[in-house]
Write a protein that binds this ligand. Sequence first.
Ligand SMILES: Nc1ncnc2c1ncn2[C@@H]1O[C@H](COP(=O)(O)OP(=O)(O)OP(=O)(O)O)[C@@H](O)[C@H]1O
Length: 609
Amino acid sequence: MEGTDVTTHPALDDEQQQLDRSFALLGDGAPDLPPLFGRIDDAGGSRYVGRTDVRDESGDAVVVAWHAPEAGAFYQACATEPAGVMLKRVVTVSGRQVIAVHDEIADGAAGDVSSARDQRPVVGKVVVAALEQFRTGALADATATLRPEQYDAIRRPARGVLVIQGGPGTGKTITALHRAAWLAANDDAVRAGGLLVVAPTPTLRNYVADVLPRLGAEAVTTDIGALYDGPATVRGRDTRPEAARVKGSAVMAMVLRRLVEATDGPATPEDLLRGLYADPALLERLADDLLKAGQRDVLYREPAPSAADEPWTVDDLVLLDELAHLLGRATPRFGHAVVDEAQNLSPMQARAIARRCRDVTLAGDLECSTGPGKHDEWSELTGYFGSEWGEATLSLGYRVPRPVVELSRRQLPDGGPLELARSLRDGLGLPLVRRVDPGDEAAVALSAGEAAAGTGFKVGVVVAPARYDETLRYCQSAGVKVGDGRDGDLAQPVTLLPADLANGLEFDAIALVEPAEIGDGTELGRRLLYVAMTRCTQSLAIFHSAPLPAGMEHLERPASPQEPEVEHRPRPARSEDLYDLFKLLRDDDRMLVEVLIRRLLRDSLERED
Ligand SMILES: Nc1ncnc2c1ncn2[C@@H]1O[C@H](COP(=O)(O)OP(=O)(O)OP(=O)(O)O)[C@@H](O)[C@H]1O
């Protein structure tokens, strides 16, 4: 703690008084959340920043809302560029008590900041402290610690398209949501038209539903399939990626238009689409010049007994939505739309969103595409929306430890087009690799996961989609308690996840089972592996029996014929001996010891505080 004991900071009493006063002014209407989290002193005077305005009896601001122009300096100034700010203070509150203050800028210069060792970027210690908290499964609250590059993206004008891109864990989701709330507070047209947020997984949608109200905004939050408000709902999944690719391709708009034009009398979107899938001759007549024979073939399916029994997929629902529009059904309109994991949008999905709103924020990373098609450029998507588009690139990594960032980028062609995000995290060091007997990969990974979870870690055990059912059955029969990640159950200490549903999630530790099955040599496989590896905040462990895939082969070690006997070593006296002993531990035990040491250190530091 380098001598700065934040809990006895002389400013604590002042800030406590300010907090008490704010609570008193809010009276019974005071929210559970603290009314202030920051303070800024500059030529304009001294101001407190919080979630909403707090005014005194005469109407003067006691706390300014984070989205007010007066709060701007709090986000634009940072330790490396104080820009005339004398004091930038983050105030940490628990209940109604100020428990810590961190001055990122003090007396007009860098104050309470992390060191720049190991190329770690210079940021306020409070950011590092926030990141060190153990994951709760939900993403952490970042309003008090938004960085200047994030704040800049948040305030770009609402019109047209803004792409917020950046490597894994650079805060694209957080930034896009703050942008939504900022626009709702500052742009009359957005406020009047309302916000639409499209997010692919239940976890992300729950997160949005939790965060936006705290930022003072409301939105309609949905996944892409649920945009369609007809009777059909998602009941199936295209097992062939080619089928999903064709359904999502832009030519389907023309095929459906011709279908509607060729239809006499009233028809529902459901009847039209299942009729089209079941009639190769009709499809050939309508799409001979638009789809190749092989592409038409993948669309074929026997009709179910009724429309309600059809195994509708997400991409089917998007086509139903287009048909509903062509049949003249009204589509609700919004003032601004935010799309998370936007790299996975198909052209038809982009059209469905654009029908509702042409001014959009697309948050995503093209290298994390895990849909059936990958866009090489954002312009392939932005053209479906408003005519103007711009991009904001986030460069500071908040989630992924540096060694994991470096390893994961070997999965990208040429290390990826974006500059390496500078990571704020050291994590628990180099990824661990453990070679196990064939057939034991998942069992060993799960038991290492349980051990890490026993120390307070949230753990994700990631398997190839084809291995998921078998692994879940193993867990049930062997009594291993895991959350079923495919159902969005992230409440357990250990979650089992198929690699294709890892997008957007975050865990303390990731245990990767047989990466060669996930990576499978295809471009999509490599991206799935990349996404899976970059979900961890602390440690990555790899369990395999097959040879490691490209990008990891340098980690390959021969299987050790015999486990080393640790117990019979003489009691170590010197730290070098301890280190030798540590090196003898198996990889998963080593992970456990590292976690324990870390916990002990944290507990002792907290006690000192
Ligand atoms: N300014 C910030 N201060 C503190 N924490 C932050 C900040 N920005 C982002 N974070 C944290 O970093 C983590 C990653 O953020 P987020 O999920 O928004 O990133 P992302 O770029 O959308 O990630 P991915 O696309 O890989 O899922 C979250 O826990 C978030 O709370």
